[in-house]
Structures are given as C-alpha cells and as structure tokens.
Ligand binder design. Structure first.
Ligand code: PLP
Length: 380
C-alpha cells in the first residue's frame, strides 16, 4: 500500500544519475575503490577528523570489521544496550563473543553509562555504544571506564552521521566508529556503510580484512608489485556505483541536514503543548550533543495507546512505526547473550516509542498533517 505520507523515502538529490553516468561512461570503473569511493572516504575524513575511513558494504559489515579489528575472541564479553538493531550484537556473536546487555536511559534511549561498570567481568573486552536517533551517548563517562579497565570502545554511529558530542563527530571518539548508508539513513548509497579508525596504524589490517584477506589495496597504490593472501578477510568493499550515488548526497550534506533539522524542530514546536498536558513525551537532546534529525519520535502512555495511534495514522494514510524489540527478549538474544542488572526502562520505553515520518523530501505541510492526527487522537 502506498501511503500519502510514508515513513521513509530514500534520500535522492538529483545529482546521483550524473555521477552514475560518469562512473560507467567516463571512469569505466564500477567495482570498489574507484574515484567516487575515494572522494566519499576523503569527505568523511575531512568532516569527522577520523584518522582513517574505509567505505564498507553496510553498517553491519563496518561493525563486523570493528569486531575483528578489536580482536575480541570466543567467550569474551561485550557490553551493549539491548535496545538496538541486531547487527550491534551479531558482529560480536560471529566471533563467539557474548553480548552483555545493560539498561538504557529513558531520556535518550542510549546505554545508561552509570550501569556499565557493574557489568564488567574478567571476560569483558569491549563496550559497544549505540547513538540512538543520532544523539550522542555520554562518551566522556564511557571513555573513562574503558581507559580504567583497558576496554575497546566501538561506536555504532549508524544513525549518527553529521552529529557531534562536545564538538567531536560521533564515530571518532571510540576506537572504531561505524556508519550506515542504508536507504533508511540520512545519507544513502542503497546498502553501504563506513568504518572509522582512531588508530591509523590499523589501516593496513583493515584494508586486508576488507579485500578478502589480500594486500590488494597496497598493490593498487603501487607499494608492492604483486598481491597475495596475507590473512583472514572477507568482501566488505562496496561497488563504485554505490559510492557514486552517495557522493551526490555528501556534496549537499549541509542542505540535507538543515532541512531535516527544520522538520524536526517543526514537529517539536507543534507538539510541545501536547507534552505539557502530560499526554505524550518528546525527545531529549543533552546540551553536549548536536544531533542530525535522524529520527523524530514521541512516547505514548503505553503499548495499547501506541497501537491505537498507529491505527489512527493508518486511517489517514500516514505511516508511523515502532522500533526495536529489545534484543535480550528475542530468541537469539536469549541464546547468545545475557542481561546484566534490572530491565527498568529497556522494555517499558521501547513499547511506548513511536517514530513519525522523517525524510529529506518531507514537507512543512506533511508535518502539519501528521501533527493534526496526533492532536485529534488526544482531543487537543
Ligand atoms: C541501520 C543500523 C545498523 C545497520 O546498518 P546496515 O547498513 O543496514 O547494515 C546498525 N546499527 C544501527 C543502530 C542502525 O540503525
């Protein structure tokens, strides 16, 4: 069913087709690591200050690379929120590691930094934080714990491109930052992502991992005269066609960001009076964080009210959607991981959260129409 206002429309700027034409007809390069891949890499490094950025085939694959590069092994533990996408956990489960879930903060839906320390055991090797909705976690506290216990920090910044925490780009604060350019994200290449490395000395290892375990990247740079199998690897290098698509969006990233932020602020301003009545809750942005309007969500009283509101949207041909089912309550989550401490907020808050339509081409009128449904639903 086609909605009058869908939940998401993939970003499309108009410049993508010309870039694809150039890749095919001018550059004659459609596999990985061509000119567009390099331009995207440079753009991300310049914008974030990352020591090294490698484009990947997905955000999931960026997380898998981070898991490999951090050297986490069988039976070792990674602390993470349960309220996240499956990939945050899958990347470590792949290496036989155990996800140890801790509760979230109800205000940002991010990992509760004050609960991390008590989840640490002698098997803990890393903390994987998730910057939900592109709003930064309390990274100063996370990094301090990591330093104290010698843990690696992986930032799942899949939703956090163009966001900052205390002026630093999300993704460059921990050891590894993982971006996603899936079609549901602010900037897209269909399927794709990037890994940001804090330690430039890991560049070669990362390139080998991305290139099927070969030193082909070095070969292409003319640093060696033939390439061979030098270690474990997979195929995490995206096609140049995907990078060509992404580059068109990075070229006008500020415009995309500003327009999303304008729609986000519009939702927020229009819904403030409803929040004051106590009927719904709105997102909270800590003062240290600059966000990227990845998502606009509200919280209803409970899961039943949320279902009723979703139905009201349906009647108006508007698509609003809930989000993660906490990983610790899923079949795989129970098998592979465990929850440390009490689930005070993860389940309760996840059942109340409802995401409203948010995408680059969303109009001011669309936001009015969405808010109208909410106002009518609550009789205000
Ligand atoms: C989108 C997303 C991912 C996965 O990214 P893909 O590019 O779809 O593989 C991982 N973690 C979070 C928090 C995400 O939002």
């Amino acid at each position: 069913m086609a909605y009058r206002i869908p939940f998401n429309i993939p970003p499309y700027t108009g410049g993508e087709m010309e870039n694809l034409r150039i890749a095919c007809e001018v550059n004659h390069k459609i596999c990985g690591d061509g000119p567009f891949t390099k331009e995207c890499k440079k753009w991300i490094e310049d914008r974030t200050g990352a020591a090294e950025c490698l484009l990947t085939t997905s955000g999931t694959d960026a997380l898998e690379m981070a898991s490999h590069l951090s050297g986490i092994g069988q039976g070792e533990e990674v602390i993470m929120p349960s309220y996240t996408f499956v990939s945050t956990a899958d990347a470590f489960v792949l290496r036989g590691a155990v996800p140890v879930f801790v509760d979230i903060r109800p205000d940002t839906m991010n990992i509760d930094e004050s609960l991390i320390e008590q989840a640490i055991t002698d098997k803990t090797r890393a903390i994987a934080v998730v910057h939900y909705a592109g709003v930064g976690c309390e990274m100063d506290a996370v990094m301090e714990i990591a330093r104290k216990y010698g843990l690696k920090v992986i930032e799942d910044a899949a939703q956090g491109v163009m966001s900052t925490y205390k002026g630093k780009a999300l993704g460059v604060i921990g050891d590894y930052g993982c971006y996603s350019f899936h079609e549901t994200k602010n900037y897209s290449m269909g399927e794709g992502g990037a890994i940001l490395l804090r330690d430039p000395d890991q560049r070669e290892e990362a390139e080998i991992l991305r290139e099927k375990g070969t030193n082909r990247s070095k070969f292409y740079r003319g640093e060696i005269d033939k390439y061979s199998w030098v270690g474990y690897g997979s195929s995490y290098l995206p096609s140049e066609l995907n990078a060509a698509y992404l580059k068109a969006q990075l070229d006008i990233a500020d415009k995309i960001n500003n327009e999303r932020l304008a729609r986000w602020e519009q939702y927020n301003t229009l819904l403030k009076p409803l929040e004051k009545t106590g009927k719904i809750e709105l997102p909270y942005i800590p003062s240290e964080c600059v966000h990227n309007a990845h998502m606009y969500y509200i919280k209803t009283a409970d899961i039943n009210e949320r279902q009723a509101l979703i139905a009201a949207f349906e009647k108006n041909s508007i698509k609003a959607v809930f989000h993660y089912i906490p990983l610790h309550s899923s079949e795989a989550g129970k098998r592979f991981g465990r929850f440390n401490g009490e689930d005070r907020y993860t389940t309760k808050e996840s059942e109340r959260l409802l995401r409203l339509p948010m995408y680059y081409s969303l109009t001011e009128q669309d936001v009015w129409d969405v808010v109208k449904v909410i106002r009518e639903f609550y009789n205000v």
